[in-house]
Design a binder for this molecule. Structure first.
Ligand code: 5GP
Length: 120
């Protein structure tokens, strides 16, 4: 299973302003910023402001308002980045088998080129 929330994880540090990020959106529920190692022409991460280790934690523990605010931000960011017309992919890595590296829940928004059929 996942460990308890680690206040020292890199996204917690970005949320606290301790390390920089190339932000594209911020509101009361969510922060979005460019991935430091982009896998597509557009590769943005969206994170909730609450302390959730992964989707398992977020889906079980976040309030309806926090969930709605988070997912609203995901769609808003994709639209603002011009991805709504051509389309885009949203994914999250949950836990060890998915290769989750950062233990603060985040979704990846990927776009800017045709992405092909669903991967693994
Ligand atoms: P995960 O494998 O946990 O789903 O994805 C973590 C993502 O965070 C990776 O795509 C990685 O490039 C990105 N990342 C890791 N550290 C940093 C950082 O310090 N700043 C930014 N902007 N992205 C990071």
């Amino acid at each position: 299973g996942m460990p308890p929330y680690d206040e020292g994880n890199i996204f917690a540090r970005i949320l606290r302003g301790e390390i920089p990020a190339n932000k594209v959106h911020e509101d009361e529920h969510a922060l979005a910023f460019h991935d430091i190692a982009p896998q597509a022409p557009v590769h943005v991460l969206v994170i909730p402001k609450g302390r959730y280790v992964s989707l398992a934690d977020f889906s079980a523990a976040a309030s309806p308002e926090a969930m709605a605010g988070f997912w609203r931000a995901v769609g808003l960011v994709a639209r603002q980045l011009g991805l709504e017309g051509p389309g885009y992919r949203v994914l999250t890595n949950m836990g060890q088998d998915a290769g989750q590296e950062v233990p603060h829940f985040h979704v990846h928004i990927l776009g800017g080129r045709p992405l092909g059929a669903m991967l693994v």
